[in-house]
Design a protein around this ligand. Structure first.
Ligand SMILES: Cc1cc2nc3c(=O)[nH]c(=O)nc-3n(C[C@H](O)[C@H](O)[C@H](O)COP(=O)(O)OP(=O)(O)OC[C@H]3O[C@@H](n4cnc5c(N)ncnc54)[C@H](O)[C@@H]3O)c2cc1C
Length: 313
């Protein structure tokens, strides 16, 4: 039997949906018994949400003032102290998990299995390599703990309705004091969250300026969609970094992805390959984006978008 510890991602009040997707991956391992660890200053509300997830046996809370902010250097020793009772420790392959899980793996002296996209057996997994242009099958040693991050775009969230036991875990670990959070800043937006939105409209370098990017926001608002961008658009200063989609940005899996003035570089495509339907608007009919698009429109975005936005009025 595999005993799997899933590390909850949360903001102190709400469990991030990445946790339910990580549980879905863990549950695809045969004979898995799954616990969730909630590290927080006050774990109550998040633990209650975690206990509702299907396939979860126990929710372990680890509460202390140092856990107020999710600082990898502080959370990792506590997780490593818990890990001895488990065969696997999984976290989501989000910014949170990508920061935290290597610390855990290093403390346990094991290699991390990153970006698990499917489970072949308890110690064999598939993961994307070369920006998603190839898939590697990797095998972790059977005699040590498997520390892994789960590619959340590859899994649907497990459903709710469970009522797993919630227990306070007794953890003793030396916590470093060399790292602290000075300030947390996040963009305020009424639009759907890019990472969980069912529809996303994204713009590329072709928009040409921050002002012109307004066309993307207008179309997104008509469709109640989230907004994304390429790295070129971010680097040019049209939009903030948190909107970048792709290998070094966010990996997303919306039902509908509309790529406007985006060439379709492999590093961008790797962020959207699990999208349901991809629509592309590009003036170059040879643009690589059309190779992955389900629906393509060869057009100048500056004439096509205003027409489209007007038609949706
Ligand atoms: C290590 C590494 C990591 C990277 N990570 C990422 C990442 O996470 N995300 C990412 O996006 N990129 C990433 N990149 C960059 C990536 O390689 C591309 O450079 C980038 O995606 C290109 O962005 P773009 O499509 O907006 O720009 P371009 O490639 O310049 O494409 C612009 C497109 O707009 C079209 N166009 C121009 N004018 C119009 C018009 N008026 N109407 C309609 N279409 C028009 C053009 O035909 C062209 O196809 C990474 C690169 C590296 C090396």
């Amino acid at each position: 039997m595999s005993k799997i510890l899933v590390i909850a991602e949360h903001d102190g009040a709400t469990l991030n949906s990445s946790t339910a997707k990580t549980v879905a991956c863990a549950a695809s391992i045969e004979n898995a018994e799954i616990d969730i660890a909630v590290l927080a200053s006050a774990a109550g509300p998040v633990a209650t949400q975690a206990a509702e997830l299907e396939s979860v046996t126990r929710v372990l809370t680890i509460e202390c003032a140092e856990n107020e902010q999710a600082i990898a250097a502080i959370l990792a020793p506590q997780i490593a102290a818990l890990a001895g009772a488990y065969s696997h420790v999984f976290g989501p392959s989000t910014t949170f998990g990508k920061d935290l899980m290597p610390h855990v793996a290093a403390l346990l002296g094991v290699n991390q299995v990153s970006d698990i996209m499917s489970v072949e057996s308890s110690h064999t997994f598939k993961r994307p390599v070369y920006a998603g242009s190839a898939v590697a099958t990797v095998e972790a040693p059977a005699d040590s703990i498997v520390v892994g991050t789960v590619r959340i775009a590859s899994y649907g969230a497990v459903s709710g309705g469970n009522s797993a036991a919630i227990e306070a875990a007794d953890v003793t670990a030396d916590l470093p004091s060399h790292t602290r959070v000075l300030e947390v800043k996040s963009g305020v937006s009424d639009r759907p969250d890019l990472q969980t939105a069912a529809k996303v409209v994204a713009g590329g370098r072709a928009l040409g300026s921050e002002e012109s990017f307004d066309l993307i926001y207008k179309l997104a608002d008509k469709l109640a969609a989230g907004v994304g961008a390429t790295r070129a658009a971010v680097d040019a200063g049209y939009v903030p970094n948190e909107m970048q989609v792709g290998q070094t940005g966010k990996i997303i899996a919306p039902d509908l992805y509309i790529a406007i003035g985006i060439s379709g570089a492999i590093q961008h495509i790797t962020g959207i390959k699990d999208a349901g339907t991809i629509v592309a608007i590009n003036k170059d009919e040879e643009a690589p984006i059309f190779e992955v698009a389900d629906i393509g429109l060869v057009a100048d975005l500056f004439s096509a978008l205003p027409e489209l936005i007007e038609a949706l009025d």
